[in-house]
Design a protein around this ligand. Structure first.
Ligand code: SF4
Length: 703
């Protein structure tokens, strides 16, 4: 029997599907798809459909604060007062002795906007350091830089409603059939109704998305920029470009044209390992379409040249004039539910709230004035990987990790383990004991999870949703906002005496007034009563903004979009050699989420891809004397993984694939792909080069 129901948003990916929560007579949560939700239209993927198992099973939950006084003692249960007094005491003494840059916060794209905002206000405004970064650095920071370079600000101009208005999709470095399933389902339905719609997929693997495509370009990893430039050249040669748009609304076309004409389509095909005719065909499909949407995710962003890949792809939207009109535009797919919200509140070491830049003196002054502090430090904060480098070297003394599991998700985990062991003080604010990171904590703070607190999130298309509190957190777990504000007040800081998440939201909203992301007229009441809104919402009765740049006025000083010439057209990753001849790439599987602390609890989500396997091409398997099902040993210069082989021609020769989800707690530490991954980062976005690590593969022989 149903007692009551409420509407909320899925807590997993950046698609942002609508969910109806009901409760049975035992107060157990039930999950249903919201038939009227503008994003998901009555659909949920396997992860969303099974969220109730995650919520109802509290066996893994952290129930009380736990603390240890020294590394040689186990953690023991303490009161919240003792926990936060210790945290504030240690932070005060470290800052006094070593300065504010000796402490850091590492947060998450799964945090709600209010939590993200408070963590940034606390760190940048009051602790006096910009050492706050997020796990979104690992997934979206290259897209942030790409958008800023092309359009002058970190904006996604497109909306999901453009899907049904487009007739050409270029999906590149993404497998939405598995990773953004409801977006992909909308594309599938659109194509089913409109067979003329064309889908091009660029990916070294023949994924489910590629299998559905009209054209699959199975490129050599890292050659994306060359391929996009070749498509650009072919568009130009065929006269399939928008001269009027280029002339009136862009800058930098001459330099771009010189670049794309520096490599022939034939040479590009050879360098990318794809047929020349397929490049020509891709260009023809794009150039002849009326509505062209490019979609991308980690295959572009997680690269040594991630920013270059982003701007090169956006150049294809500019050369065809396919931006700021229905059914067109570049569309990055965010992996986490609130990666966008984090970007909005300045949740990265180099950003400030409301899309202001830390490097800009005027922006720092404005934000400092808003928060009532003397100044914001001009010194750039440590980015995700820099933070753990600094812990390892000892220059950073303490880190507060909130809602993320870096002991599975960061590259070169063996190095991260050493860094964490070397830290003087580690706080982990978490919901689950299943997080590998908890093992390194001196202080564990139990956090409230989905449905146990209220707040807002923004999905991939700038859509803000309100998430209600529907149940009490277990044990003594508290909402993250409350924990952070309590800590801030114990540090002696003003400006954190909020009585609710709504008060935090209102403060943040007032900061957006007059900006390009103005939501100053979007309050909790409207979100609760009217549903979701896409920013900006700059007037009282405004209904939100599905599409940006319809007036062709971009956010650059000249109001023109910018063709960017990439710094490097060739991949700058460490290349294969005799010792490590294969390229390892990695990614998600269909039914698991991130480090499996939530989806790993659900038995039915383990049936599709139950154990991590190495996908290897039959030719590489033959060369390395590996048969399907053999246990393989994969080695890089950083570590070892041992998993079974899946011999498949769905992956191109010279490339192998591992799923990214498994950590130590779930199996053993020989399943972790990040034992292997390299430590290279993109020079602009500082996003790690997860998708390109050189490895050797052999059949494992027990010693
Ligand atoms: Fe949740 Fe993403 Fe699946 Fe939608 S597509 S139900 S947001 S995991």
């Amino acid at each position: 029997m149903i007692k009551n129901e409420a509407k909320t948003t899925c807590s997993y990916c950046g698609v942002g599907c609508g969910i109806i929560i009901k409760k049975d007579i035992d107060n157990k949560v039930l999950v249903e798809a919201d038939p009227n939700h503008p994003v998901s239209q009555g659909m949920l993927c396997s992860k969303g459909m099974n969220l109730h198992y995650v919520v109802n099973d509290t066996s893994d939950r952290i129930l009380y604060p736990e603390m240890r006084w020294s590394r040689s003692h186990p953690r023991e249960r303490v009161s919240w007062d003792d926990a936060l007094d210790r945290a504030s005491g240690v932070f005060k003494s470290l800052i006094k002795k070593y300065g504010p840059d000796s402490v850091a916060f590492y947060v998450s794209g799964q945090s709600l906007t209010e939590e993200y905002y408070i963590a940034n206000k606390l760190t940048k405004g009051f602790l006096g350091t910009n050492n706050i970064d997020t796990n979104s650095r690992l997934c979206m920071s290259s897209a942030v830089v790409g958008y800023k370079k092309a359009f002058g600000e970190d904006i996604v101009p497109v909306s999901y409603e453009d899907i049904e208005l487009a007739d050409c999709f270029l999906i590149t470095g993404a497998n939405p059939a598995w990773c953004h399933p409801i977006i992909f389902r909308r594309i599938e339905k659109h194509k089913e109704k409109n067979p003329h719609v064309q889908i091009i997929v660029i990916d070294p693997r023949k994924t489910d998305s590629a299998s559905f495509a009209d054209l699959h370009l199975q490129l050599i990893p890292g050659t994306d920029v060359i391929l996009y430039n070749a498509i650009g050249r072919r568009l130009f040669e065929r006269g399939l470009i928008d001269d009027h748009f280029i002339k009136n609304h862009t800058e930098g076309f001459k330099e771009y044209k010189d670049l794309i004409f520096s490599t022939s389509v034939k040479d590009a095909a050879r360098l990318c390992g794809v047929p020349e005719k397929d490049i020509r065909k891709a260009a023809d499909i794009i150039g002849l379409s009326k509505g062209f949407i490019s979609m991308w995710a980690m295959g572009l962003n997680q690269s040594a040249i991630g920013t270059d890949k982003n701007v090169s792809l956006i150049n294809l939207s500019l050369i065809t004039g396919q931006v700021g009109k229905p059914g067109s535009g570049p569309f990055s797919l965010t992996g986490q539910p609130n990666a966008m919200g984090g970007r909005e509140v300045g949740g990265m070491a180099n950003l400030l709230a409301v899309h202001k830049d830390l490097a800009n003196e005027e922006h720092r002054r404005e934000v400092a004035q808003f928060w009532g502090v003397d100044k914001i430090s001009p010194k750039p904060g440590l980015t995700a990987t820099e933070m753990f480098d600094a812990l390892e070297s000892g220059t950073l003394k303490a880190v507060w990790i909130m809602c993320t599991n870096p002991l599975v998700s960061l590259p070169n985990i063996n190095k991260i383990e050493k860094a964490m062991a070397n830290a003087k003080f580690v706080v982990v604010q978490e919901i689950s004991h299943k997080s590998d990171t908890v093992a390194f904590a001196d202080l564990v703070l139990p956090a409230a999870g989905w449905l146990e607190k209220e707040g807002t999130m923004t999905n991939s298309e700038r859509r803000i949703s309100y998430l209600p509190k529907e149940m009490e957190p277990p044990g003594e777990a508290r909402p993250d906002v409350e924990i952070l504000c309590d800590f801030a007040q114990r540090m002696g800081f003003r400006g954190f005496n909020f009585n609710s998440a709504e008060e935090v939201y209102n403060e943040y909203c007032s900061m957006t007034k007059g900006t390009n992301m103005d939501i100053s007229f979007l309050n909790y009441d409207r979100l609760k009563n009217e549903g979701t809104f896409q920013w900006p919402v700059p007037e009282y009765r405004h209904q939100g903004t599905p599409r940006l740049f319809e007036d062709k006025k971009f956010y650059t000083p000249s109001k023109k979009a910018i063709f960017n010439v990439p710094q490097s057209i060739v991949n700058t990753s460490v290349m294969p050699d005799e010792a490590f001849p294969l390229i390892l790439t990695n990614g998600r599987i269909r039914d698991q989420w991130h480090t499996m602390t939530k989806t790993g609890k659900v038995s039915r989500l383990k049936t599709h891809y139950p154990i991590p396997v190495l996908e290897i091409n039959p030719v590489d398997a033959f060369i390395n004397k590996i048969k399907d099902g053999d246990i393989t040993e994969i080695k890089s210069k950083n570590g070892v993984v041992r998993v079974r082989a899946k011999v498949t021609d769905s992956i191109r020769k010279g490339v192998v694939f591992l799923p990214m989800h498994w950590g130590k707690q779930l199996e053993n530490d020989l399943n972790r792909v990040n034992n292997l991954t390299n430590t290279v980062v993109d020079p602009f976005s500082k996003e790690p080069d997860f998708k390109f690590t050189t490895v050797s593969v052999s059949k494992y022989k027990k010693p």
